[in-house]
Design a protein around this ligand. Structure first.
Ligand code: ADP
Length: 176
């Protein structure tokens, strides 16, 4: 699914984010930036040791913030590592922390003059955020950012399952 907000295209695809050719891909990292399971593990293993070395130098990243490294041997030239919240019950600041993870990543992309960014579904794997709720926050945060800021040509969500793609498509339709 594709949509356009001002000069920015929003696209939703099913796929493996490590294969994306956008200027940056976003990693659903953890606060220690030490790699892990899920999309984090996939990005570190496809990107090679350079990404891990840069992460070690940076040290850590608080929940809701983002840091940037090179893309190592990935096609994307950069990886933006952001940390989404661990979901408890939705009453412990999870929505605002998830919004902050998306906003911090988008802000960093603009600061670095990047034109295209691909996101995975942050926090909805090991961190347990229900994908229906998370997708609405993800999509509305991206649309709000694009309405306020010029400079991005493309924001893509790369979903790992048909079901996630369906849920995100519904969220995007509802938000336009
Ligand atoms: P978190 O710890 O933030 O929940 P996970 O990596 O466990 O992060 O899961 C986030 C989402 O990323 C899940 O929907 C998972 O299925 C998905 N995912 C895992 N590997 C990939 C990949 N290679 N490309 C895109 N999405 C992926």
């Amino acid at each position: 699914m594709e949509a356009r907000v001002n000069a920015t295209a929003i696209s939703l695809v099913r796929g493996d984010i490590t294969l994306e050719e956008t200027d940056a891909i976003v990693n659903a990292a953890n606060t220690t930036l030490s790699g892990g399971s899920g999309v984090d593990g996939a990005i570190h293993s496809s990107g090679g040791p350079l990404i891990s070395a840069e992460c070690r130098k940076i040290g850590s990243c608080p929940t809701g913030h983002a840091v940037i490294t090179s893309g190592g041997s990935l096609k994307a030239r950069h990886v933006i590592h952001t940390v989404g919240p661990v979901y408890k019950d939705g009453e412990h600041g999870e929505p605002s922390m998830l919004r902050s993870a998306y906003l911090s990543s988008l802000t960093l992309a603009l600061e670095k003059n990047l034109r295209s960014v691909a996101f995975p579904s942050i926090s909805t794997g090991a961190y347990g955020y229900p994908v229906e709720e998370a997708s609405k926050i993800a999509v509305s945060t991206v649309i709000g950012f694009i309405k306020q800021n010029n400079g991005l040509d493309l924001v893509r969500f790369v979903l790992f399952s048909d079901r996630d793609l369906e849920v995100y498509s519904r969220a995007l339709k509802g938000a336009l």
